[in-house]
Design a protein around this ligand. Structure first.
Ligand SMILES: C[S@@+](CC[C@H](N)C(=O)[O-])C[C@H]1O[C@@H](n2cnc3c(N)ncnc32)[C@H](O)[C@@H]1O
Length: 310
């Protein structure tokens, strides 16, 4: 089973590579057809774009550096050694990327801490996340309690299992998110850990503002995004509406089934207009592209060089 999966992945990777190569060749061909003047213009455009991207990247970094001194603390607790499978660790790393990206997108980011960054999580993250050494975050192998030993009374562990509902955010509190992808295998784990450690807990006020199809247990990146957006917008309804994925909303699956049936011609075989699904969230590509924006800029740089040498 695992072997078949790996073969399929290798095939898909190969197909992607071929497609990229084809695209590159097409672009080179197009470049060769340009006049000297057109190439010069293209080079100028590429360089201007590169400058712009570098500028954006620098201002994002300085915003994040400022947040490390003055921003509210937001913690991802990664101290769940040995509780996740290989593919869950992979998903966790992806979620860390989206979380970092979400924090960099807001005007006033949080000071992001990765605590308990060690063992299998550290290994997976260092293998999987290219730009990790350049991230503007505080990473420590220390446990949550050790890292914040002087401010334990300020810790608020976020968990869907808490009795307390969050209301107004307090910038002096240290909100903690469990860095766990468990498909609900360890239900109540974060609540139990926090309770045992004498840390207060809170759940997001999701049910108050939106109707969900399933239990309101969200992924790490969605909780991070909700928190950073909330610190900037102070409007639960608007933030939850923007961040919660359509597939979590009540009625989404029913609408989808209906939409599919209509596409197929409906129950009675008549073709009717397709209902459009709710607005999709940002795509993974958009998020990753943003995390790796410097690489994208380097690509443009390369394009400028190619144009230059033609
Ligand atoms: C996938 S959940 C992990 C679920 C895990 N079984 C637990 O015990 O919390 C990842 C993290 O997101 C946060 N989280 C998810 N849904 C939440 C909610 N409705 N309210 C507050 N925090 C939530 C929690 O910090 C949680 O540890």
């Amino acid at each position: 089973m695992q072997e078949v999966k790996e073969q399929r992945k290798a095939k898909e990777k190969e197909a992607r590579k071929e497609k990229q190569e084809l695209r590159r060749k097409e672009q080179m061909h197009k470049l060769q057809l340009l006049t000297e003047e057109e190439r010069e213009n293209l080079k100028k455009q590429a360089q201007a774009l590169l400058q712009e991207r570098r500028g954006q990247h620098a201002s994002k970094r300085s915003k994040l550096e400022h947040a490390q001194q003055h921003g509210p603390d937001l913690v991802i607790d990664l101290d769940f050694e040995g509780l996740m499978s290989g593919s869950e660790l992979k998903h966790l790393c992806q979620q860390l990327c989206y979380s970092y990206s979400a924090n960099g997108r807001v005007a006033n980011p949080c000071h992001l801490h990765l605590v308990g960054f060690k063992g299998d999580v550290k290994e997976a993250a260092e293998r999987q996340i290219n730009g990790l050494p350049n991230w503007v975050v505080t990473k420590t192998q220390d446990s949550l309690l050790h890292h914040f030993s002087q401010r334990k009374d300020k810790l608020v562990y976020l968990t869907a299992d808490s009795e307390t509902e969050l209301d107004v955010l307090d910038a002096s509190s240290i909100y903690v998110i469990g860095g766990l992808v468990d498909h609900n295998r360890y239900k109540g784990l974060c609540q139990q850990r926090a309770q045992e450690a004498g840390i207060s807990t809170a759940r997001l006020p999701i049910k108050k503002f939106v109707e969900l199809e399933s239990r309101a247990v969200l992924t790490v990146n969605h909780v991070v995004q909700i928190m950073v957006e909330m610190f900037n917008r102070q409007d639960w309804k608007a933030v939850l509406d923007d961040v919660l994925p359509p597939r979590k909303r009540a009625g989404y699956h029913a609408a989808k089934t209906e939409s599919k049936m209509r596409r197929k011609g409906g129950e009675d075989g008549c073709r009717v207009d397709v209902i459009s699904d709710p607005t999709p969230c940002r795509t993974i590509r958009e998020d990753v592209a943003e995390v790796e924006e410097v690489d994208a800029a380097e690509v443009i740089d390369e394009a400028a060089k190619v144009v230059d040498n033609k």
